[in-house]
Design a protein around this ligand. Structure first.
Ligand SMILES: [Zn+2]
Length: 136
């Protein structure tokens, strides 16, 4: 087995630098190459090779989304995890059904359709029903 290590450094927006390694590993007689990536800091969040965040910046971004008034940004965090009533209210507001007489029915249908896929699926379904109810 032959292993070759190559490493390079990449920087977070804040200037923090980490070392990223690529390992090419020759396996068996056919010399199939297995490539795996590792970083010097296992808690670094990889978005893509060109976008990397250090743990501090990743936490800042999570907090910004958690505290955002945008329901989609909040949904990308665990904000609504133990707040089903708050999600329901925000979802109804965000699709414009706050004063609609069928808002409760629409939410119940959307919840039934989407909840197995999580709150973002419920919100997608609710948006569909809002489109039906508001555009006639
Ligand atoms: Zn950073």
């Amino acid at each position: 087995m032959v292993k070759e290590n190559k490493s390079f450094t990449i920087s977070c927006k804040c200037g923090e630098t980490i070392t990223v390694g690529m390992v090419d590993e020759a396996v068996g007689k056919k010399w199939d190459i297995k490539r795996s990536a590792y970083s010097s800091n296992p808690s670094v969040e990889f978005k893509s090779v060109t976008e990397v965040r250090c743990p501090e910046c990743a936490e800042k971004e999570r907090l910004r989304k958690y505290n955002s008034s945008d329901i989609y940004e909040r949904l990308s965090t665990d904000y609504y995890q133990d707040k089903p009533d708050e999600f329901r209210e925000h979802a109804i507001d965000s699709v414009g059904l706050r004063t609609h007489p069928k808002a409760d029915k629409a939410y119940a249908l959307a919840y039934g359709r989407g909840h197995s896929g999580g709150y973002s699926e419920v919100l997608n379904a609710l948006q569909d029903y809002a489109d039906l109810l508001l555009n006639d």
